[in-house]
Design a protein around this ligand. Structure first.
Ligand code: AMP
Length: 302
């Protein structure tokens, strides 16, 4: 089964305590689609401008991603720049240029409308709604979001929660959106707002998955000595999770989501090892299997 992914496609300028790079391929849809492509066919919906480099397009094509829903508009591609502090946990957005995103309206090609799994990667909730308006009863719908939308589009985000099966967000966002300082209570409150499942990301401390009837799954992040650029870790996590759900090929249950969360964590661990998609684009099936096996040893005790 394939997964439909809508989100941002960006050119990023990123500064870390050790290096600085400009014009990198970024955006929630780029990271999400490439990550998902390791597990299932992917259809991508987004927009780029006339300045979008051919080499980035080639990377997406090389991963077999269906780009039938990627619009090319007159003007410049969405641009984002950010800087990381010495502890990697604090990231400051330096600038955002919406450019072609300002007038972007997602349009699903006819053959995309019946997508069994839909990932609404991080973009404005209004655009996420527009995708659901065009999709014909997807089997499983996942929404990602960020603090910006909780702050400036809360009402539309809350409306979206009633339309999705799963919500992905980080711990501070979960607490803020639920209006609750205890993470477990926040997760349950978010479930009561609509999504049957909630995945709360905790950065280098992993992820907590909330299921039916008070069911939990805690998944660590893979321990790494060298982090080069955490940008896109969350989008990569969401993409690998959605790709795994699509690869499941049928009804979604907690066992499949546990597997999906582990694959999300593993793909995200590769993503932070280099800037942009530089590490993930060279990833082989053997690399992936080896780290999944290491992850298994890390998390079992008998
Ligand atoms: P993450 O590190 O998972 O939060 O994702 C970072 C990516 O999100 C970067 O590649 C940015 O280009 C993209 N991004 C930043 N701000 C926004 C925004 N407001 N809407 C959509 N994508 C964004």
């Amino acid at each position: 089964m394939s997964v439909l992914i809508v989100g941002s496609v960006a050119l990023d300028d990123i500064k870390t305590p050790f290096a600085e790079h400009k014009n990198l391929l970024g955006g929630s849809a780029s990271y999400g689609a490439v990550a998902a492509s390791f597990f299932s066919p992917v259809r991508m919906v987004g927009v780029v401008g006339e300045d979008f480099p051919e080499e980035h397009m080639e990377l997406l094509k090389k991963r077999g991603i269906d780009l039938g829903g990627l619009q090319k508009a007159a003007g410049r591609t969405f641009r984002w720049s950010g800087v990381y502090g010495p502890d990697w946990n604090s990231r400051e957005t330096l600038s955002v240029e919406l450019n072609v995103f300002e007038t972007f309206r997602p349009e699903l090609p006819d053959d995309y409308r019946r997508s069994p799994v839909v990932l609404l990667a991080n973009i404005a909730p209004d655009l996420q709604h527009m995708v659901l308006d065009q999709a014909e009863k997807p089997g499983f719908t996942i929404a990602d979001t960020m603090d910006l939308w909780i702050n400036i589009a809360r009402e539309r985000l809350v409306e979206l929660l009633a339309r999705v099966d799963m919500l992905i967000l980080n711990d501070s966002e979960a607490k803020e959106l639920a209006g609750e300082s205890n993470l477990v209570r926040a997760g349950h409150k978010l479930q009561a707002m609509g999504p049957r499942y909630v995945a709360v990301k905790k950065g280098e401390h992993g992820c907590l998955l909330f299921g039916d009837g008070g069911e939990f799954f805690a998944c660590p992040a893979f321990p790494l000595e060298d982090v080069h650029d955490p940008t896109g870790a969350g989008d990569t996590f969401a993409g690998a999770l959605a790709g795994t759900v699509a690869a499941g090929g049928g009804p979604v249950d907690f066992a499949l989501l546990r597997k999906a969360v582990v694959r999300g964590s593993v793909l995200a661990s590769f993503n932070v090892e280099a800037f942009s998609l530089e590490r993930v684009k060279t990833l082989t099936a053997d690399d992936l299997d080896a780290r999944l096996e290491a992850f298994r040893r890390l998390t079992t005790f008998e």
